[in-house]
Design a protein around this ligand. Structure first.
Ligand SMILES: [Zn+2]
Ligand SMILES: [Zn+2]
Length: 743
């Protein structure tokens, strides 16, 4: 989170510093409670960042709540009411407050703070009591170095019926729920509002995602995608936080490992760190969400909002539901994670080191309903994700990293329940933050450049064209094009295929009339093209020519009852392999679209490979392009992401069954360079269309090697029919390009 002052503020400060006369430091007076700043060493500070009061839906007065925390060993507390800050005038009916408390909470409040403090007035509806603003009541409690109140807010948002709540700690101005078109967008927008305020006001504000399983609102994949969100509640004391999950929904701790495996292993992004909070609402001791269940222990030097938040941002804290640690320390030099429990009574402790190792099984499956339809919940991941790497019985433990870990974290579990459990069978725990991941995520730009195959986008070459294959024939570079019926220059009234001589721009005669979604493959002195009889059709047809003018038509494969789309063909050792994009039937494709595979000895007659040769029934994976290198099949495909947007990813496999996803994915994403004009023949009107079009995909990527470079074609547009054909280049051979995605 940016902490630098904005330029005008910085100037103002500078002026003050320059113009103010030197002031002698006070020599006398009572010493401050905080350590002398010059000497302050780090110490553990206990705090709760998620608390509700009568300012929103809590059932007690803020002073009563703060009083409880101040007397129960906490150093800091944030009251975080829903979409409101405790500021200004607010009056509440005493009857209503008591009804909510199911006690005479007002009397208890008066007893504790006295009539001189408690403000009331009588209105038509009866006695009303003033809810004190933070600025007023904080003076009763705050003591330097001992107790600090931080202003918080629970930004209370939703997408459709899903509650999406995010705490902003150290806010100065209320942040309204920002909304959005998806769960991911809502989280992104709310976090952006937090960052905006932090930047504008020049103060650290911590935005942490609350209770992902409350209302089962947020999946691990969704939180993983919001890579700017670095904090969430691994434990929330509210009984409706569904900490353990159920048959359909993963528990919150497992969710944490899934998120961090996706973040570190696949997205090269910072992991999420885990907080524990109370989310307390009920202060009268009879059920509900009561205080004292979850907290963070932050290693900070000063008891200030800035020091606390910076320590949390640095990961120097742990979350607790009842276990206290004397020490937790990660030494990057020795690659050791060491912790020591502060034992209580005769409780016994188990320390588990949990992490995901490099080369983990990335398999994931959607959870389905009884009819086999995927549910919008966190997918099921292999046991490699978040596995127990070591277990130590006792109050202290050290784990030495082997170098294979994507990350490691520790969880300490007592054999005793916490004083005030939030679910049945709960044991007191402490969760430390993931370590050892730093070198797994994106290194500095200078270091990443040689690793990632560089793609230079050249720009748009045509409109209303999507399926194309660059292909070399007789030492000339051609571009195979699948011309759609609606293509502007198509006057034939039907779809067809053609080749463009890239150097001269000359097109070959049209062939394959009525066919769609084609691709090309050159072999010896023959050119081959493949296509479907129609989009969503059942037949794949091959076309062969020695001169690109006269074409032989060969029925290649028929799959009755299926819906077929794109194809791609390559030579794979002593056979040929075809990737086939399939959209139906559901039992074949799972989540559409899905690639199945066929093989051939002669490119003419094709045999469908068994159903275990597939990529993938588990999620959307469209428009495959396949190439074979050194025993592996490399497959690029279209992945769908929230927004929606569509990006091209690459995977590879030795058997077409188990697939390895590139850690450098995505291969291509929509960007401004798509709109560059790479074809001087485009008219002014066409250029206007390019400039004004929606760009949310980079799809239908295909490539070949020509004179030592990798020539790439791809399509961009709105993924709904307004699409453009574009070109890109990788300055190196195709083998290096494909293998380069698997360092
Ligand atoms: Zn909430
Ligand atoms: Zn809450």
């Amino acid at each position: 989170m940016p902490r630098s002052l904005s330029a005008p503020t910085a100037t103002a400060v500078l002026l003050i510093v320059t113009l103010a006369p030197p002031v002698a430091l006070p020599q006398e007076g009572p010493p401050p409670g905080d350590p002398d700043p010059a000497l302050a060493g780090p110490r553990w500070l206990k705090g709760n960042l998620h608390t509700h009061s009568l300012w929103s839906d809590g059932n007690d007065y803020p002073e009563m709540i703060v009083d409880w925390y101040a007397r129960n060993g906490y150093h800091f507390l944030a009251l975080s009411d829903h979409n409101v800050l405790a500021q200004g005038q607010a009056w509440m009916g005493v009857k209503e407050a008591n009804r909510r408390a199911r006690h005479d909470g007002f009397a208890r409040y008066r007893r504790r703070f006295g009539d001189a403090w408690v403000e009331t007035r009588t209105e038509e509806g009866g006695l009303r009591v003033r809810l004190k603003p933070l600025g007023e009541y904080r003076t009763l409690f705050e003591r330097p170095g001992q107790f600090l109140l931080i202003q918080g807010e629970e930004i209370t948002d939703h997408f459709e019926r899903k509650p999406i709540h995010m705490n902003a700690t150290n806010v100065l101005e209320v942040i309204g729920p920002q909304g959005g078109g998806s769960v991911v967008e809502v989280m992104t927008n709310d976090l952006a509002a937090v960052e905006e305020q932090a930047r504008r006001l020049g103060r650290p504000i911590l935005g942490h995602l609350n209770h992902p399983n409350f209302g089962h609102a947020i999946t691990a994949e969704e939180l993983a995608m919001v890579t700017k969100e670095r904090f969430f509640e691994v434990y929330n004391g509210h009984p409706e936080a569904h900490h353990l999950g159920d048959e359909t929904h993963v528990g919150v701790e497992r969710m944490w490992d899934i998120i961090n495996t996706l973040r570190i292993g696949e997205m090269k992004a910072d992991p999420v760190l885990g907080l524990a909070t109370d989310d307390s609402h009920n202060y009268f001791g009879h059920g509900g969400s009561t205080p004292g269940r979850g907290w963070v222990m932050v290693r900070g030097r000063f008891l200030t909002p800035e020091s606390v938040i910076r320590a949390i941002e640095a990961g120097d804290f742990y979350a607790s539901s009842g276990v206290t640690l004397q020490e937790v320390r990660y030494s990057p030099e020795d690659r050791t994670l060491t912790l020591a429990v502060d034992p209580r009574g005769d409780a016994r402790y188990t320390v588990r080191f949990i992490g995901t190792l490099r080369g983990y099984d990335p398999a994931r499956k959607p959870v389905t309903d009884k009819d086999g339809h995927p549910l919008p919940v966190t997918r099921r991941y292999s046991d490699d994700v978040g596995k127990v790497l070591a277990t130590v019985e006792g109050a202290g433990a050290t784990y030495r990293l082997t170098g294979e870990e994507l990350y490691v974290r520790a969880v300490v579990t007592s054999d005793r329940p916490p004083a005030n459990p939030s679910f049945q069978g709960q044991k007191a725990q402490a969760w430390t933050q993931p370590v050892g991941w730093e070198r797994r995520i994106a290194p500095p730009a200078a270091a990443i450049a040689p690793r990632r195959p560089e793609i230079r986008k050249l720009g748009t070459i045509d409109l209303d064209l999507v399926e194309a294959t660059p292909v070399v024939f007789g030492d000339r570079l051609y571009r195979f094009e699948s011309v759609r019926k609606g293509y502007k220059a198509n006057t034939t009234g039907d779809s067809y295929f053609r080749f463009i001589d890239v150097e001269t721009g000359k097109a070959t005669p049209a062939f394959a009339r009525g066919h769609d979604l084609g691709s090309a493959h050159a072999e010896g002195g023959s050119m081959w093209a493949f296509g479907v009889d129609r989009r969503d059709g059942t037949r794949i047809v091959a076309f062969r020519s020695d001169d690109l003018e006269r074409w032989e038509t060969i029925p290649a494969l028929e799959l009755p009852g299926w819906g077929l789309f794109n194809t791609s063909v390559c030579k794979a050792g002593d056979r040929y392999v075809m990737a086939i994009e399939v959209g139906s039937p559901p039992e074949v494709v799972g989540v559409p679209f899905t690639s199945r595979f066929a093989e051939s000895q002669d490119l003419r007659s094709w045999k469908l490979l068994p159903e275990d040769r597939v990529f993938t029934k588990d999620w959307y994976s469209a428009c495959p392009t396949i190439r074979h290198l050194d025993g592996s099949d490399y497959l690029t495909y279209l992945e769908t992401l929230p927004g929606p947007r569509y990006e091209t990813f690459i995977v590879r496999s030795k058997d077409l069954i188990r697939w390895e996803s590139s850690p450098l994915n995505p291969v291509l994403v929509a960007s401004e360079q798509d709109r560059a004009i790479a074809n001087p023949k485009l008219t002014a009107d066409q250029r206007g269309e390019v400039a004004g079009a929606v760009d949310r995909n980079n799809s239908d990527v295909d490539f070949c090697e020509f004179r030592g470079r990798t020539v790439i074609t791809y399509s961009w547009g709105n993924q709904q029919g307004t699409e453009f054909l574009a070109e890109a280049v990788h300055e190196g051979p195709l083998a290096g390009f494909l293998k380069g995605f698997f360092p």
